[in-house]
Ligand binder design. Sequence first.
Ligand code: PLP
Length: 429
Amino acid sequence: MKLYNLKEKSEQVNFSQAIKLGLGKKQGLFFPTKLPIINDTLLSEMLSMNFITRSSKILSLFIGDEIPEQQIQQSVQNAFHCSIPKIQYVQNNIACFELFHGPTLAFKDFGARFMAQILSYLNHKNEVITILTATSGDTGAAVAHAFYNMQNVRVIILYPKGKISEYQEKLFCTLGKNITTIAIEGSFDDCQTLVKQAFNDTELKKERGLNSANSINISRLLAQICYYFEAFSLISKQQRKNLIISIPCGNFGNLTAGLLAKSIGLPIKSFIAATNANDTVPKFLETGIWKPNKTISTLSNAMDISQPNNWPRVEEIFRINNWDLKSLGFGSVSDNITIQTLQNLDNLGYISEPHAAIAYKLLSEKIKDNEFGLFLGTAHPAKFKQSVENILKKTITLPQSLSKRINLPLLSHNMKPNFHKLRQFLLKK
Ligand SMILES: *Cc1c(COP(=O)(O)O)cnc(C)c1O
């Protein structure tokens, strides 16, 4: 598999380089030079396969002979077997596609676990790797658990102090061993900036064998393509004809993966990019002006991002397919409306959480009579127990993966958003 740098097209790398580098020169994102094509015959064959087999097939089509198919199958098995997605109907024509049944109760388990499996396979020489990543909540947990106890891998995770839920924090800041967590006194964008600075520091990067596991890493995106095919396999032939998928967006990785699924032959009719009050993209789609405002804290904190990293990939996908950006649905939803929507969903018999509720809200507004809509359930409601309980006046029971960590002490360090401090910390570690 060959990939090019979106900011410097002459820079080309293979899949293993792209995984290890994360970003290319000038902090450019990598993008496949050629996308596989799944024709109708292959598609119907693939839709009858189980999730693991089909996912291995999709990933092999992308990765090619760089990694043996059998190895990919093993990695997919290890990464996905505990996270099989489910569909829950909310109305006749609308269902939630739940991606939160994995070890850290969010869709990020798919990408993070696949990446960890592939990195460890590629690390033949057993070099020490440092994973440095920024999280707005769920990436941290997924990455920490995916790499926990792996030999020769150190994980350092930055998150905005006080801006992620208590339960999110408990999931990954209590692990210890090869996992170090740093609470940054700032926003997620500050954390992301620090990570970018570290990757620009050639000496530091080399000295520490730095790797980012952010959603900019192509291996994570490829893994996420697989569950769109699973969604398709779980709905009826009639529903497949006019399928709209509404996605709660932060860094726009999930949307990128969905658009890639469509690009290679999965006939999804259209997508809705749903954001909270951090509405850089909805404003851009409306006015053509890219003007990120200061990040605002909202109930859907994993989407509190005003400079979404993956947007250049979204534009590239529209460009190469000759699709019109105007065909992308979009909207932003305030906290007040999110609260009302959670209550509406509860009245329909479905307990959700703020991220998915935003996607549902826009879907229910935009869906037409002949269409079938899925909104992505990106996290388990228990991860946002306090806000969901306050809103619904109900008790949410904790799944075991959370309840067993809730009484453990937090092991995080505190730090100002200062690159010099972070650099010193990384060099000492
Ligand atoms: C990360 C996350 C999102 C945003 O996903 P992107 O791929 O960054 O757009 C949405 N919801 C939840 C619960 C998340 O953890």
